[in-house]
Design a protein around this ligand. Structure first.
Ligand code: UD1
Ligand code: CA
Length: 462
């Protein structure tokens, strides 16, 4: 039996306590917007999902993130409550059968396995609704779970509406539900805004479904950190820390050595091969992939880049949107950006910057250079202090350097310029004309000697 399944993620609220111009679900933890985490959790659930995000505050920005993550968007122009939020999708969703998952958009730590357990409980018990709950030492503010004598759920009572004895209950509603879609849509309009806030509470549907003869069950979470909702920036930072720990732990268990794991920042989607060593304070972000047997030196920052096997990055390097082939070496203190590409075994040393530049196999630029918009062949040596002048104040121009060329120290290569294979540029040259293969180019004034110029009897300056 394959159930049809739809997930609706509630994300229209502003999140007042974030004290932010930005909608709460767009704030980031673990390298992703909060809403992206919930979408990934929903995506990880079988059977295959239709996923919708309810957007209201900053609907355009929230909608863009949702669509990019593969979810549809439902608009809730006025935030009249969590029940109303789901109702806004009625046109598109009411005809769909199977199960309806409703997920709070501000609980980013939820894992697909836990949602899967919720669905399993719903199915095994033949419930009309099932939800996830957690025991909290301080349940203030949350909806409380009122159980029947047989353990099934009778109702969810919102904190504001709860009696003193109901407020004693430590078991709270986390905000993840699995409904029988047909029953849900049949009864959803029975939710009334008859509470002090005048809101349509989604949680009221529980007592309504019970009255209509459905069984209501609850899955109590073993790990309550997974249920952490984000309401302010202290909780945001706590979520970030937990996600970083989870990621580091998972990588270590998969064969990556991480030195001082409490200091590293590794985004959720980063992939790292076996026996790679990650030093302290390293940041690996975005869509970064690192091969096996690499070494990432302390405090290096690598974003949206691909490193093949055996790459060595020495400390304090910054690498962004770049590709490093097997055995390449970088740093310390190197900067690679905007499409830099090191071929196999190429070396880039300290205080060298590469932008949109390909450095061929086995080529070296070991100290103090800027190489921009350049195609550099194999086995080239770039001397210390070499600069490609790729910008004339208006436009950028390319530089090309053939295999086995030797660029002497402190050369200034004025682009557009071509230097042939095996050519030799004398140190200190300013090169403005093309250099043929195997030629020697000298682009500097000849040294002049003035004998006896420093006379002992020269009058001292006053
Ligand atoms: C809700 C639950 C409460 C539960 C708690 C867990 C209700 C009535 N209460 O309370 O039982 O313990 O979550 O965190 O559901 N949203 C919309 N449109 C709206 C209102 C809210 O999309 O009109 C979204 C918010 O953006 C948020 C989520 O729904 O992502 C929850 O809303 P929130 O106002 O935070 O509900 P709580 O008061 O926390
Ligand atoms: Ca909340």
């Amino acid at each position: 039996m394959v159930d049809d399944a739809t997930a609706v993620i509630l994300a229209a609220g502003q999140g007042t306590r974030m004290k932010s111009r930005m909608a709460k679900v767009l704030h980031r933890a673990g390298g992703k917007a909060l809403i992206e985490h919930v979408i990934s959790a929903a995506k990880g659930v079988a059977p295959p999902q239709r996923i919708f995000v309810v957007a209201g505050h900053q609907a355009e920005a929230v909608g863009a993130v949702a669509r990019a993550a593969g979810a549809g968007v439902i608009h809730q122009t006025e935030q009249l409550g969590t029940g109303h939020a789901v109702m806004c999708g009625e046109d598109r969703l009411a005809g769909l059968g199977g199960i309806l998952l409703v997920l709070n958009g501000d609980c980013p730590m939820i894992r697909p396995q836990t949602l899967q357990q919720l669905i399993a409980l719903y199915r095994e018990t033949g419930s009309g609704a099932a939800m996830i709950t957690a025991d909290l030492d301080d349940p203030t503010g949350y909806g409380r779970i009122i159980r029947q004598p047989n353990g099934d759920v009778e109702a969810i009572v919102e904190h504001k509406a709860a009696t003193d004895s109901e407020r004693e209950v430590k078991e709270i509603n986390v905000g993840f539900y699995c409904f029988d879609a047909a029953a849900f849509w049949k009864h959803v309009h029975e939710i009334r805004p008859d509470n002090p806030a005048g809101e349509y509470y989604l949680t009221d549907i529980i007592a309504i479904l019970l009255k209509a003869g459905h069984r209501i069950t609850a899955l109590k979470a073993a790990d309550s950190t997974e249920m952490l909702g984000i309401n302010n920036r202290v909780e945001l930072s706590a979520a970030d820390r937990i996600m970083r720990e989870r990621k580091a732990r998972q990588l270590m268990l998969n064969g990556v050595t991480i030195e001082k794991p409490e200091t590293v920042t590794i985004d959720a989607d980063v992939v790292i091969g076996n026996d790679t060593i990650v030093g302290p304070f390293v940041q690996l972000t975005g869509n970064t992939t690192i091969g096996e047997n690499c070494r990432i030196g302390a405090s290096s920052i690598i974003e949206n880049s691909t490193l093949a096997n055996g790459v060595e990055v020495f400390p304090f390097s910054s690498i962004s949107a770049s590709t490093l082939d097997a055995g390449a070496q970088v740093g310390p203190y190197a900067r690679l950006r905007l499409g830099a590409h090191l071929d196999e075994g190429a070396h880039v040393g300290n205080f060298v910057e590469l932008k949109n530049t390909r450095l061929g196999a086995g080529s070296k630029s070991m100290h103090l250079a800027y190489l921009g918009d350049s195609q550099i062949g194999a086995k080239v040596n770039i001397g210390a202090g070499t600069i490609t002048c790729n910008f004339d104040g208006k436009n950028k121009y390319p530089t090309s350097i053939g295999d086995r060329a030797f660029i002497g120290s402190n050369s200034t290569l004025v682009a557009p310029i071509e230097i042939g294979g095996g050519a030799y540029i004398a140190a200190g040259s300013v090169i403005t004309d093309p250099v043929p293969e195997k030629a020697l180019a000298l682009g500097r004034a000849r040294q002049v000697i003035k004998e006896g110029w420093t006379r002992k009897d020269k009058p001292a300056k006053s």
